[in-house]
Every structure is written in structure tokens, then in C-alpha cells.
Ligand binder design. Structure first.
Ligand SMILES: NC(=O)c1ccc[n+]([C@@H]2O[C@H](COP(=O)([O-])OP(=O)(O)OC[C@H]3O[C@@H](n4cnc5c(N)ncnc54)[C@H](O)[C@@H]3O)[C@@H](O)[C@H]2O)c1
Length: 515
């Protein structure tokens, strides 16, 4: 009988991606090495040990940073459009490997194959975006108050960018950061999550051919593995910027530690996202937006819909359609396109999910759709859970937390200002949305008195952002912005230049200094 991995072509995908039984966890481009402990990567899909990665020791880390420092000296001098050309070629390689990489993302992380492929598409999109950006790293010019003077500002690369990523977007987050950082003239050191290390190995393998073909120096693209390297990066003055994606708990520590040495951070932390369902909402649209938002990626997106704030006049109807939709959800192997909901990443996450349901009940929550852990054939990994819906109050302690699992809290409101206040009344501020066909409601929601999140949508759900916009959130989500718009500015340092082309030396503000 064919094993699951054969049936869904995983073995072939691993081989196309150059994944070995044991992989060296440090890479400086073409060269790979590692001397640390073994990290084992188990698939949450079927519990299989996929492959191993050797972690990077302190010495391995030092070797990678030394290469990166050296590489920066020449990479920063390559004209930005030429760096863009390298990124263009990386996008081409990613197109070639879209299928196997999407399969690996799905198998190692547990999201559906469609979402795995979508994640790789996001990588391709950001490459395209970065190519255009490489000719648009604009600064402003200003009029000087002094005669025969010219002022302008320009942007320079910062140096080594440390990228620390979460398990749930095991490849896209790296590309959001690295593709922009590279066109900006920076070099990168990436530490992927220990839960998805093979995705990191695969990405480095894919772009290796581009680096070699173009004689790009070792150190422009570095990979390191192993949790201890997180703190090495936080405290390392040679990394002027650390882009961290992960939980608010770890992000708080990263933020403090990097700030202590006056380094910069881009923080992309937890979300607690809500949809407001107005009395003027199209319930069919709400259904798709809310169900995909709440159960997609098994509730493990930073933008997952965790709260549904529903107008009292449409509350019963909304709950009824949701119950019926949840009744039809198929839970199982995410590589099988018939299934809607895949597994959680590991058994700790399953325990967090169970604890959160228990806590919500203790606080007075009313379970509308029961949760529970799936048992039996196909669920051997022990990571599959039932998406559940709980009627709750926004003030419940558990509702104020991000539980990385498919638990949707529903609550009632009777006036929009109250709903907006509820939506904002959580520590996090990532994504938000309103479903309404009433223009006044939309505009209020988007106004200064509206949503306090980094992302505010109308008539689409909270998850599924496009790369063209700046992505990120406020409050405990960390305030960082990545991806589109002018997010590139975080990867560069701004310099203001004043040039005097006259033969006098007038001082600013009319200050006199006579000699
Ligand atoms: N806002 C966003 O854009 C965004 C995107 C994806 C995920 N997330 C968040 O990520 C979380 C889920 O991911 P996770 O469970 O992998 O998060 P996590 O915080 O457990 O781990 C994230 C990364 O931090 C590393 N790390 C651990 N200790 C560290 C330390 N002391 N110093 C530096 N790095 C350290 C881990 O090895 C991993 O690579 C959720 O909270 C989710 O909302 C946010």
C-alpha cells in the first residue's frame, strides 16, 4: 500500500527541493555546514518524521555573520536595479518550484495545499514587487532657507538584517523581508522556526542556483537554525535591524533586548481580529468571510478571525448559518483538497486549544458548536481538532488572548459605536473588518473614531492580505510594517544632505558667527 507521503507526492517534492535525511542548518549561500544538535521535523499531517536539520552553534553563527559582514561591503555597491535583477531571477526559480515548495509547506506546517501554494505565490508576488521597487528607492528634495544651497534626502542600506520567523508562514515571511532587504542593499540572516526548519532549507536550496549563476558573494543570503540563535541575534550589535515575526510574548523580549543596544526592530506579533456584522450585512458574504477567516489554516493565522461582533437584529440568523456551515466542514489531511480544516502544528497547541475552551466555559461562555480532538483513522498525529464556536463576552480573560486554534467567539451589539469599542477593546491591533452595505457605517469604521488596527477591511474578512499594502498592526501586535507600500524604508537608513554651491557660508536660522 502506498504511504501517505507517496500518495500525495511528498517524497518526490522533498527530492526536488534537495531535502536530505539530515540537512546542514547553516548556510552562507552555496556553503552549508552545522555542528549543533539535531532538530527533528515531524509532520502534523500524519506524525511522520520528515527529515532532520543540524542546528547552528555559536561558532557556526559567528562564521555566518562574518561572511555577511564581508558580503555587505560589495553588495551595497551593486546598483539597486541590478540587485533587483537578482531578485527577479529568484522569483523565476520560485515559479519553477511552486508545486513542490507548496507541498512541503502544507506537509511540514499543516495548512491546506491551496494555502501552501498561495504562500509560494505570495513569495513570487513580492519578488515582482521588489524588482519594480529597485528603481524607486526615492528620497525627497527640499528647498533650503539659505541661498545657493540644496537639500535632499537619500536612503542607504543598513547592513545585516536578521529575520526571525514563525511556523505558520514558514516561507512567505522570509521573502517579504529578504526580497525587499536585498534590493535595498542589505544582506540577510534568516532563522526559521524550529517547527518548520525544512522550509528554510528548501528556500535556500531554491535560490542557491541564482546566487551561484550570478557570482553573488557568500553571505548575502544566510540561513541559521536553532532557537539559541534567536538571542544571539537579539544581542548582536552587528545586526542593526531584527525583523521578528512570532508571539507577543517572545516579541516583547526581542523588542527590549534589541532596543537595549539601540538596534531597530520590525515586530509582527499576535492578533485578536474581529469582524463586525452589521444589520446591513449580506449574510452570504459574511458566511464565507467568517468561516474561512476562523477555520482556515486551522485558526493559525495571525489574521485569523477570532471574534464575531454581530448586530442583535441579525444575531440569531448569523449563528444559525454559521452552525450549519460548521456542520459541513471536513477535517482531515490538508493535502487532500476535499478537506477544509487541517491539523494544528503540534500537541502543545492542541492542549492550548482545549484549555482555552475550558476557560471560556468557566467564565460563562455558551458553546454553540462543540470542539474536541479528532480520533481514529487519518488522525493519528493527534493534532486534528474540531473548529468550535462559543458565545462569549469581549471582557472574558480568554477572549482577550490570542489562542492559536480554530475557536470563534461570538457576541452581540446594538449600536455601531459600541461594536467598534468592543472590536478595539483587546490588547492586540492587527486586522479588523466590517460587513455592511451602509456607507455611513463603513466610513465610521474606517475613520479616526473607527478601528484601531493596522488593517481595516470592508466586506471582506480579516485574513488574506495582498502584498501590495503595508502589512502589520498596532498595540501588542508590535507596530511593524512589512511587504508593500513604503515598508521598504524600514530596511534603509535615511540621510539628509545639504550642499552649498555658493562662495559664502551662511548659517541656518540666521545665526551670526563673525570671525
Ligand atoms: N503579525 C504577523 O505578521 C504575524 C505573522 C505570523 C505569525 N504571527 C504570530 O506568531 C505566533 C505564532 O508563531 P510561533 O508559535 O512560531 O511564535 P513563537 O513566538 O513561539 O516563535 C517565533 C520565532 O521566535 C523564535 N524565538 C524563540 N525564542 C526566541 C528568543 N528568545 N529570541 C528570538 N527569537 C526567539 C522561535 O524560534 C521562532 O523562530 C502567533 O502569535 C502569531 O499571531 C504574527
Amino acid at each position: 500500500m502506498a504511504t501517505l507521503t507517496d500518495q500525495f507526492g511528498i517524497q518526490e517534492a522533498l527530492s526536488k527541493l534537495g531535502i536530505q535525511e539530515i540537512n546542514e542548518g547553516t548556510s552562507t549561500g552555496s556553503n552549508s555546514f552545522a555542528n549543533g544538535e539535531i532538530i527533528e521535523s515531524y509532520s502534523p499531517v500524519d506524525g511522520t518524521l520528515i527529515a532532520k536539520v543540524k542546528a547552528s552553534t555559536q561558532e557556526d553563527y559567528e562564521a555566518a555573520v562574518a561572511k555577511a559582514q564581508e558580503a555587505f561591503k560589495s553588495w551595497r555597491l551593486v546598483p539597486a536595479p541590478k540587485r533587483g535583477e537578482i531578485v527577479r531571477q529568484m522569483g523565476e526559480e520560485l515559479r519553477k518550484y511552486k508545486e513542490p515548495l507548496g507541498q512541503l509547506v502544507s506537509y511540514e506546517m499543516g495548512k491546506s495545499l491551496q494555502e501552501g501554494l498561495g504562500e509560494v505565490q505570495e513569495m513570487i508576488d513580492i519578488c515582482d514587487f521588489a524588482v519594480g521597487l529597485s528603481r524607486q528607492l526615492y528620497g525627497l528634495t527640499m528647498h533650503s532657507e539659505r541661498p545657493m544651497h540644496r537639500m535632499y534626502e537619500q536612503y542607504h542600506p543598513v547592513g545585516i538584517v536578521g529575520i526571525i520567523s514563525a511556523f505558520n508562514f514558514p516561507v512567505a515571511v522570509w521573502s517579504w523581508n529578504s526580497m525587499l532587504a536585498w534590493v535595498c542593499g542589505d544582506v540577510c540572516i534568516w532563522k526559521p522556526s524550529e517547527k518548520t526548519p525544512l522550509c528554510g532549507i528548501a528556500c535556500q536550496n531554491i535560490i542557491k542556483t541564482v546566487l551561484e549563476r550570478n557570482n553573488i558573494p557568500e553571505g548575502v543570503s544566510c540561513l541559521i537554525n536553532g532557537r539559541d540563535n534567536g538571542d544571539r541575534m537579539n544581542t548582536d550589535k552587528r545586526l542593526p535591524l531584527v525583523s521578528f515575526t512570532g508571539s507577543t510574548r517572545v516579541g516583547r523580549h526581542v523588542s527590549k533586548t534589541v532596543a537595549e543596544r539601540f538596534g531597530n526592530t520590525i515586530l509582527e506579533l499576535g492578533g485578536n481580529n474581529a469582524i463586525i456584522v452589521s444589520e446591513h450585512a449580506d449574510i452570504n458574504m459574511v458566511l464565507v468571510g467568517a468561516v474561512f477567516g476562523a477555520v482556515g489554516t486551522a485558526g493559525q493565522r495571525c489574521t485569523t478571525t477570532r471574534r464575531l461582533i454581530v448586530h442583535e437584529s441579525v444575531y440569531d440568523k448569523t449563528v444559525e448559518v454559521l452552525k450549519s456551515a460548521y456542520g459541513q466542514l471536513k477535517i482531515g489531511n490538508p493535502l487532500d483538497s476535499n478537506n477544509h480544516v487541517g491539523p494544528l502544528i503540534d500537541k502543545d497547541s492542541v492542549q492550548n486549544y482545549l484549555d482555552a475552551i475550558e476557560k471560556a466555559k468557566q467564565e460563562g461562555g455558551n458553546v454553540i458548536v462543540e470542539g474536541g480532538v479528532m480520533q481514529g483513522e487519518g488522525y493519528e498525529s493527534g493534532c486534528y481538532v474540531k473548529p468550535c464556536i462559543i458565545e462569549a463576552k469581549n471582557s472574558f480573560e480568554i477572549v482577550q488572548h490570542e489562542t492559536f486554534a480554530p475557536i470563534l467567539y461570538v457576541m452581540k451589539y446594538n449600536d455601531l459605536e459600541e461594536a467598534i469599542a468592543m472590536q478595539n477593546d483587546v490588547p492586540q491591533g492587527l486586522s479588523s473588518s466590517i460587513f455592511t452595505s451602509n456607507m455611513r457605517e463603513m466610513e465610521l469604521f474606517l475613520s479616526h473614531a473607527g478601528s484601531d488596527c493596522g488593517i481595516a477591511n470592508v466586506n471582506i474578512g480579516t485574513s488574506g492580505a495582498e502584498i501590495g499594502g503595508a502589512f502589520g498592526g498596532e498595540k501588542e501586535t508590535g507596530g511593524g510594517r512589512e511587504s508593500g507600500s513604503d515598508a521598504w524604508k524600514a530596511y534603509m537608513r535615511r540621510q539628509t544632505n545639504t550642499i552649498n554651491y555658493g562662495s559664502e557660508l551662511p548659517l541656518a536660522q540666521g545665526i551670526r558667527f563673525d570671525l
